[in-house]
Design a protein around this ligand. Structure first.
Ligand code: NAI
Length: 407
């Protein structure tokens, strides 16, 4: 991989490689841009097939965060930390002493045996190996893994501390509030720690869903439809965001078509949302509906699936919905399907984090998330005035904001 070439191509400011074998840390911190403010973006804990894949992922995700914050008018840049979930044995150097982590479960208000509760005190790992004294119903192997993980994230915290706030991290795929709490032991530049709004998983997902709902209403208005009553909307994925979105849509009178690969989630939705019907998860994109809302995986809009769409609006929460960006976007445009760019629509989570950092509470955050309507309208206006696709119009808007910030 030609790193500098890649950085130049993507406009990256900085890549920081972290390597702390004793604490199982192999990570890359990608700071894409600080033109608008400190780089903001979560920390992903993932298994990668190669170093190249991990670095590419970090770069792509960090750049995405820059655009998401810029288009949303937030005073933050874009960054991401990617921690490579490397099996512990690969990190143990032969003959090397184990880190001397001391544990004291039984302190603090919540004594769950969770790594967040690890405090330097009392027992050692050696004691744990012998299964001594935990009394928490967890196996010593689990405790050992929890300790290793805690050390890994605390080590990452030390690297983050050196950045003096140029990058602020938080939750992302594979990371937990407990991981953020470990980072917090070393630096204040971390969100989603215990007690924060962001640590309440439902709050962030709720805000993301609310933003998507707002965007669907805006998109329908753009096509001359003022009320959701009786409008059929296909929601793919009934996880945290998809389910909350269904709640908003159902309350507004929409007719729901739902799909998930987990049958219980579908059943729950069918019971909860009167009039809802289910669809095959693999074919819900082709449902006869007004709006298709992808809220599961990325890359659902491919050259093949785009030909099968029967909706007139695509507006959902999933990140990176376009498998072949130019091709898919052009086909949607040619077929008269309005595409609500994913990073504009699903910005509710980052808006929520950014305003919580400024000290805002839930009511103000909700108001700010509602601003997604205005951003999306701007994107649609630019697209109409310039004949650009809505995806390109969103990029243009974000890039204009970034340009204006440059000295
Ligand atoms: P989640 O993991 O809670 O839910 C995803 C759901 O999709 C699960 O119920 C899963 O069973 C289902 N699913 C997986 N494959 C499927 C398939 N082929 N067809 C139908 N359903 C399938 O995730 P969450 O938090 O609800 O996020 C949904 C999407 O929104 C993801 O793409 C995520 O990256 C994106 N997003 C989420 C944000 C958040 O605040 N949670 C913020 C921004 C984007």
């Amino acid at each position: 991989m030609q790193l500098w070439h890649e950085m130049e191509r993507e406009g990256m400011e900085e890549l920081i490689f972290c390597h702390d074998p004793r604490r199982g840390l192999k990570a890359v911190i990608a700071i894409h841009s600080t033109a608008l403010g400190p780089a903001l973006g979560g920390c992903r804990y993932w298994t990668y097939a190669s170093e190249e894949e991990a670095v590419r992922d970090a770069i792509k995700l960090a750049k995405g965060m820059t655009y998401k914050s810029a288009v949303s008018g937030l005073p933050y840049g874009g960054g991401k930390a990617v921690v490579w979930d490397v099996p512990a044995e690969l990190f143990t150097h032969p003959g090397e002493a184990r880190p001397n982590i001391h544990l004291a479960f039984g302190k603090g208000k919540q004594n769950t045996g969770h790594p967040a509760n690890i405090i330097k005190d009392k027992e050692t790992l050696d004691g744990l190996d012998k299964g001594s004294g935990m009394g928490m119903g967890m196996s010593s192997t689990n405790n050992l893994q929890a300790c290793r993980r805690a050390e890994t994230f605390r080590s990452l915290g030390r690297y983050l501390a050196r950045l003096n706030g140029r990058y602020v991290t938080g939750l992302d795929l594979g990371t937990t509030v407990a991981d953020m709490d470990q980072i917090r032991l070393e630096t204040v530049h971390v969100t989603d720690t215990t007690g924060s709004l962001g640590a309440q998983d439902d709050f962030t997902a709720e805000m993301t869903a609310y933003g998507v709902y707002t965007g669907i209403v805006t998109s329908l208005r753009h096509q001359g439809i003022d009320a959701l009553q009786g409008i059929s909307i296909a929601v793919q994925g009934l996880g945290k965001v998809g389910y909350a979105l269904c709640r908003y849509l159902h309350a507004a009178g929409a007719r729901l078509i739902v799909a998930d690969v987990v049958p219980e989630r579908v059943q729950r939705a069918l019971v909860q949302f009167s009039g809802a019907i289910s669809a095959d998860p693999a074919h819900i994109h082709a449902a006869d509906c007004k709006v298709f809302a992808p809220c599961a995986l990325g890359c659902v809009l491919t050259p093949a699936t785009v030909e099968e769409l029967r909706c007139s609006i695509v507006a959902g929460a999933a990140n990176n919905q376009l498998s072949h960006r130019e091709l898919v976007v052009r086909r949607m445009q040619a077929r008269g399907i309005l595409y609500a760019p994913d990073y504009v629509l699903n910005a509710g989570g980052i808006i929520s984090t950014a305003y919580e950092l400024e000290g805002a509470g839930p009511d103000l955050i909700r108001q700010k998330v509602a601003g997604i309507a205005g951003t999306l309208s701007k994107v649609y206006t630019i697209a109409e005035q310039t004949a650009l696709s809505t995806a390109d119009a969103a990029d243009q808007l974000a890039e204009a904001v970034l340009q204006s910030a440059k000295p």
